[in-house]
Design a protein around this ligand. Structure first.
Ligand code: 5RP
Length: 227
């Protein structure tokens, strides 16, 4: 079985009728949304806040009712994927480019579940995935210069797409930043990056995951809870 599907299906067990559910973005979240759609077809009554246009489209296709944060700014449970998970359940997210809406919806949520396959588990953040930093198009060269001058990244590049820069659902660009030996202090790094003028958000999700569900090929799941 696909471990992402295993994790996505397992997470639906935490969803009950009456909930407002935050829907993540990415290939693991696709499995979750499809599985939720199947439960909705059988009578589950939920409203959902999507974290991207892609997740909104899929949710509509499978019959999940969508609601905006303007209509309801409290989300009961958000379920989303991640690019890296460390042993204390700190995360890097945003390789799918939806980090800003994902962080807003996660912050609005009472409970947060992360669904991953085993390849996402790391001993230290920043050792496998780059850290995505969402920047406004007007200021990205300045942010890039500031970051290069810090001399803490082994690689730093504007994310490309189709011959130009990748553009997020919010109309911004993404700088993918690689650290030579991981990120020793994720909380400090998250806050430092977000204070740079031109940075909208970054992919460090510190103390946000309550539960991480790791799906395995044999259909089993490991459920990790933040201490
Ligand atoms: C999108 C994300 C995704 O959750 C993350 O990239 C994981 O994606 P996938 O489930 O496809 O591995 O943060 O912005």
């Amino acid at each position: 079985m696909d471990p992402k599907e295993v994790a996505g299906k397992k997470a639906t067990e935490y969803v009950n009728s009456g909930m407002v559910v935050g829907l993540g973005t990415g290939s693991t979240a696709v499995h979750l949304i499809r599985a939720l759609g199947e439960r909705v077809a059988k009578g589950l009554q939920i409203q959902a806040v999507p974290t991207s246009e892609a997740s909104a489209r899929l949710a509509k296709q499978v019959g999940i009712e969508l609601i905006s944060l303007e209509e309801n700014s409290v989300v009961d449970l958000t379920i989303d994927g991640a690019d890296e998970v460390d042993p204390t359940l700190q995360l890097i997210k945003g390789l799918g480019g939806a980090l800003l809406r994902e962080k807003i919806v996660a912050a609005a949520s009472t409970h947060r579940i992360i669904i991953v396959d085993p390849s996402k588990l790391v001993s230290e953040l920043g050792t496998r995935a780059p850290l995505p930093v969402e920047v406004v198009p007007f200021g990205w060269p300045v942010v890039q210069r500031f970051l290069v001058e810090e001399k803490i990244f082994s690689d730093l590049r504007l994310r490309p797409q189709g011959g130009g820069p990748f553009v997020t659902d919010n109309g911004n660009y993404v700088l993918d930043c690689r650290f030579p030996k991981g990120i020793p202090d994720p909380a400090k790094t998250e806050s430092w990056l977000n204070h740079l003028p031109g940075v909208v958000e970054n992919g460090l999700f510190v103390n946000m995951a309550d539960i991480v569900i790791v799906g395995h090929e044999d259909g089993a799941c490991r459920v990790m809870e933040r201490p």
